[in-house]
Design a protein around this ligand. Structure first.
Ligand code: ADP
Ligand code: ASP
Ligand code: MG
Length: 410
C-alpha cells in the first residue's frame, strides 16, 4: 500500500512533535507500506516569515516572498528526515526542485502543472521514506513558487495523484492535522460540532472554498479529479477521522452536512453606474487583470438608467481593488465606490439540498430570529452563503448549527 502522509504545522510544531510524527511514519513503514511524507513548516513559521518580509518592505515582491516563505518547509523536512534516519530508517528530504513539482509562475498562489513521479518512485524503490517539502514548487524558469496558504494539503494530494498510476495495492492520502477530522462546523468556533465519518468531495470543496481551512480547496479538487481517497485525521491520537469520498445514494438524506465561515473577504459597492451592456465588464475586467478573484456579485434593480453593483474580494486584495475602482470614478464611469472590510461570509453546505427545498428560507428565518442582518446572499446547487457583519459571524454559525440540528449524533 502507498501512504501519502501530510503533517500540518501544529503536528510538526516542536521537536517533540516531530519525534511523534517520526514514530507514526516509522510504524507505517514497518508495516510494509511505501510512505511519502509531506511536511508543512513548523507552526507559526510561515506567518513569521511573512511578517519579516513586511517589516522589510510594505509590499514584498512576490517572487522574493516565495523564496523566503518556502524555507519553512525546508527546515521541517530536514528535521524529520534526521529523526527517522537516527531511528534506523532510510529517509530522504526532498525540496521542490528535487521532486520537480512544476507550477506556473503565479508567485504566492501558483498552480501545479506536473510532478515527476519517476524521482519519487526511485526513492521508494530504494526502500526509503520520501519526505517532501509541502507548499513549494518550481516554475519552468527554475524559480521557486508557493501554492497559497495551506498549500501543503495540495502538495500531498497531487503527489498521491501523480503516483496513483504506479500503485498496485491501494493508496490513501492521509492529512494529519490538529483536529480529529472534518466537523459539522469549525470545532474551534462551535464546541458542539460533531465529527463527520465521511463527507463527499463536493461538500468538502464547498466548505473549503467558503472558509473551512481544514483542507485547502485545490487539494479537494485534485482528490475529486483523480479519485484519491483522502483521510483527514489527528496527529495527536488514533481516533478514526473523516474520509472524503465520492457521493453515494444514501447521502442525500442529510440536507445540511456542515457550516463554514470566512473572514477573509471584504465587500465593495460601486454606486450609480449606468445600466447598459458592457458595464459589468468594465468593472470586473481590470480586477481580473490584477488577478483579484471576485466572489458574490449583486446588481441592484435599475433606476433611471443607473444601478449599484456590490461584490466581495479577498480581504488581502481589498486596498488594491479599491484603488483600481477609484479609477472608474475618476473616469466618470461611476459616481462613488465604497467598501467594508469588516464582513464575514457564512455558508451552509449539503448534497441533500439538490433534492430538498427550503434550506435558504430556514436559514434566513434563523438569522432573522437572532436579529442578524443579511447583507448579501448567494447560492449554488449545494450551498447557501450569506454575508453578515463580522461581529455577527460567530453567533450566525452557532444559530445555524442549532437550526439544522448538526450537534445531534446521527
Ligand atoms: P494544518 O496546520 O494541520 O494544515 P489548519 O489550521 O490548516 O491545520 O487546519 C485545521 C483547522 O481547520 C482546525 O484547527 C480548525 O480550526 C479548522 N477548521 C475549519 N473548519 C473546520 C471543520 N469543518 N472541521 C475541522 N476543522 C475545521
Ligand atoms: N506552511 C504553509 C502555510 O502556513 C503551507 C501549509 O501549512 O500548508 O500556509
Ligand atoms: Mg492547513
Amino acid at each position: 500500500m502507498l501512504l501519502v502522509q501530510k503533517f500540518g504545522g501544529t503536528s510538526v510544531g516542536t521537536i517533540e512533535r516531530i519525534s511523534n510524527v517520526a514514530r507514526r511514519v516509522a510504524e507505517a513503514k514497518s508495516k510494509g507500506n511505501d510512505v511519502v511524507v509531506v511536511a508543512s513548516a513548523m507552526a507559526g513559521e510561515t506567518n513569521r516569515l511573512i511578517d519579516l518580509a513586511k517589516s522589510c518592505v510594505t509590499e514584498p515582491d512576490p517572487r522574493e516572498l516565495d523564496v523566503l516563505i518556502s524555507t519553512g518547509e525546508q527546515v521541517s523536512t530536514a528535521l524529520l528526515a534526521m529523526k527517522l534516519t537516527s531511528m534506523g530508517y532510510k529517509a530522504r528530504s526532498l525540496q521542490n526542485h528535487q521532486v520537480r513539482l512544476v507550477t506556473d509562475s503565479t508567485f504566492t498562489k501558483a498552480h501545479i502543472k506536473r510532478i515527476d513521479a519517476q524521482k519519487l518512485r526511485n526513492v521508494l524503490k530504494d526502500g526509503s521514506i520520501a519526505i517532501v517539502a509541502g507548499f513549494q514548487g518550481i516554475d519552468e524558469q527554475g524559480d521557486i513558487t508557493t501554492l497559497g496558504r495551506g498549500g501543503s494539503d495540495t502538495t500531498a494530494v497531487a503527489i498521491a495523484a501523480a503516483l496513483k498510476p504506479y500503485v498496485k495495492s491501494g493508496l490513501v492520502c492521509e492529512i494529519y492535522t490538529d483536529v480529529d477530522g472534518v466537523y459539522t462546523a469549525d470545532p474551534n468556533i462551535v464546541p458542539q460540532a460533531k465529527k463527520l465519518k465521511r463527507i463527499t468531495f463536493e461538500e468538502m470543496f464547498e466548505l473549503a472554498s467558503s472558509g473551512a481551512k481544514v483542507l485547502q480547496t485545490r487539494s479537494v479538487l485534485f482528490g475529486m479529479k483523480f479519485d484519491i481517497p483522502i483521510h483527514v485525521r489527528s496527529s495527536f491520537n488514533d481516533s478514526e477521522g473523516t474520509m472524503v469520498v465520492s457521493e453515494t445514494n444514501d447521502m442525500e438524506s442529510v440536507v445540511v452536512t456542515g457550516i463554514s465561515q470566512d473572514k477573509n473577504e471584504a465587500k465593495i459597492t460601486v454606486l450609480h453606474v449606468s445600466d447598459r451592456p458592457g458595464i459589468a465588464h468594465s468593472i470586473f475586467a481590470p480586477l481580473a487583470e490584477a488577478e483579484i478573484i471576485v466572489d458574490m456579485i449583486i446588481q441592484s434593480a435599475s433606476s433611471q438608467g443607473f444601478t449599484d453593483m456590490s461584490f466581495t474580494v479577498p480581504r488581502g486584495d481589498y486596498k488594491r481593488a479599491m484603488q483600481i475602482l477609484q479609477e472608474l470614478v475618476n473616469q466618470k464611469k461611476a459616481t462613488y465606490v465604497t467598501g467594508d472590510e469588516k464582513i464575514a461570509k457564512v455558508s451552509v453546505v449539503g448534497v441533500g439540498m439538490r433534492t430538498h427545498s427550503g434550506v435558504a428560507a430556514k436559514m434566513f428565518k434563523a438569522l432573522a430570529d437572532a436579529k442578524i442582518n443579511i447583507q448579501m446572499i448567494s447560492t449554488s446547487e449545494i450551498k447557501v452563503s450569506v454575508v453578515v457583519n463580522e461581529s455577527d459571524m460567530k453567533k450566525a454559525v452557532e444559530v445555524l448549527h442549532k437550526e439544522f440540528e448538526l450537534g445531534i449524533e446521527r
